[in-house]
Design a protein around this ligand. Structure first.
Ligand SMILES: [Zn+2]
Length: 343
C-alpha cells in the first residue's frame, strides 16, 4: 500500500546470496547453451543484463520492463515460446532440439528460485525489508519465522523441520510467462497468501510495490447509511467502506485484489474507529499525549495507543489496516455533522 523504499539492506543480503552461490556465472553458461542450441539472438541479454554491478537479478523494475519488451518483441524467441506451449503433453514429456533447450532454460531459472526458497535468505530478506503487512492489501501480517539456530547458524539451507512459517513472494511478472525473472529481486514481492495464491495468481496489477504508492492512488472513505436517526456505531450495517480511486491504476489494483469486498469484513474495526473519533476530542488527545510524552514515547507510538495504528503514511507497511485507520481518522466524513445537517 505504501511504496517500498527502504530495500538497501535486503538488496545487499540478496547480492551476497547471488555471489556465494555463483548465480551470475551459472546463468551466463546456461544462457550461452540456450543460444547455441536455438540460434536465437539474445545478445541484448548477454551484453547488458549479466554484468557484475547490474544484472537481471538486481536491476530495477524499469530495466526488467525493458528486458520483457525485448523478449516480447524478439520474433524467434516469441515463436519458440508459442510453439512450445502448443506442444502436446506427450511431446512435452520428451522434448527435442530447440524445445529441449527452451525447457532446460526454463527449468534452470525455476530451480534458481526453488533453491533460493529453501534457504534462509528469503526469511532474511523479508526481515530486512521490514514490510510486515502485505503491500498489496494491507489486511494481513506477513511474517518470516525460522528457529533461532537457523537464523544465526552458518548453514544456508534450512531443514523443513526448522521452517516455522514464511509468507509468499509473489512474482510480479508471473514466472510461468517470464521464467527469466524467477529470481529477480524487484520481481519478488513479499505478500500474503490470499493476495498471491487466491487472487493474483498469474495476473498482473499496474501497481508495483517498489514503484508505485497505492496510498497516493486511492483513499478509503466511509459512507453512512441514509437512516441517520438509527445511526449506531455498533451496527456495521450503518456503514460502507469505499475505496475512492485517485488514479486509474487504483481501479485495476482494487478489483484484482477484491479490496472493497475484503474490507467489508473489517467494518467492525472501522465502526470502532469512528466511535473513537467521536470520543477523543482534541483536549483528550492532548491529555493522553501529555501523559505519555513524559515517558519518552514517540508520536507514532502514542497514535498507535490511541487509534490502534499510527497515522504516519511512511509506516503503512508495518501494520495491517494502517491505511484504513489513517484515512478514517484524517477523513472529513464525520457522521454526527452529517446527522445534524440532516435535521
Ligand atoms: Zn495481501
Amino acid at each position: 500500500m505504501k511504496k517500498i523504499t527502504n530495500e538497501e539492506k535486503a538488496l545487499e543480503t540478496f547480492k551476497n546470496y547471488l555471489k556465494r552461490n555463483d548465480i551470475l556465472n551459472k546463468t551466463k553458461i546456461a544462457l550461452n547453451n540456450f543460444i547455441k542450441e536455438t540460434n536465437i539472438n539474445l545478445s541484448y541479454l548477454t551484453r547488458n543484463c549479466l554484468k557484475d554491478d547490474n544484472n537481471i537479478f538486481i536491476c530495477k523494475y524499469k530495466e526488467l520492463s525493458k528486458i520483457k519488451k525485448f523478449l516480447n518483441t524478439n520474433k524467434d524467441f516469441k515463436t519458440l515460446q508459442e510453439e512450445y506451449s502448443s506442444l502436446s503433453s506427450e511431446k512435452k514429456k520428451n522434448p527435442t532440439g530447440k524445445f529441449k533447450a527452451y525447457e532446460e532454460i526454463k527449468i534452470f531459472f525455476e530451480n534458481l528460485y526453488n533453491n533460493f526458497s529453501d534457504c534462509k535468505n528469503p526469511y532474511e530478506i523479508m526481515t530486512d525489508l521490514n514490510v510486515r503487512a502485505c503491500p498489496y492489501c494491507n489486511l494481513n501480517y506477513i511474517d518470516a519465522v525460522i528457529k533461532e539456530d537457523d537464523r544465526s547458524g552458518q548453514k544456508e539451507k534450512i531443514s523443513n523441520d526448522n521452517k516455522v512459517l514464511r509468507e509468499h513472494f509473489d512474482h510480479y511478472l508471473p514466472k510461468s510467462k517470464y521464467p527469466f525473472f524467477a529470481l529477480s529481486f524487484y520481481n519478488l514481492i513479499p505478500c500474503c497468501y490470499e493476495c498471491n495464491s487466491a487472487l493474483k495468481k498469474n495476473k498482473m496489477t499496474p501497481v508495483h510495490p517498489f514503484e508505485d504508492n497505492f496510498d497516493e492512488l486511492a483513499v478509503f472513505e466511509i459512507e453512512f447509511a441514509k437512516e441517520m436517526e438509527h445511526y449506531n456505531f455498533s451496527n456495521v450495517k450503518n456503514i460502507n467502506i469505499n475505496i475512492i480511486n485517485k488514479h486509474k491504476k487504483a481501479y485495476f489494483h482494487k478489483n484484482l485484489f477484491e479490496l472493497e469486498t475484503r474490507y467489508k469484513y473489517r467494518k467492525d474495526y472501522a465502526c470502532e474507529l469512528l466511535a473513537k473519533k467521536e470520543i477523543y476530542n482534541d483536549d483528550m488527545i492532548d491529555e493522553i499525549t501529555r501523559r505519555l510524552l513524559g515517558k519518552n514515547y514517540s508520536k507514532d507510538f502514542i497514535e498507535a495507543v490511541i487509534w490502534g495504528s499510527c497515522l504516519n503514511p511512511d509506516l503503512i507497511n508495518e501494520r495491517p489496516l494502517s491505511k484504513l485507520t489513517k484515512d478514517i481518522i484524517n477523513g472529513q466524513n464525520n457522521p454526527r455533522l452529517n446527522y445534524q445537517r440532516n435535521l
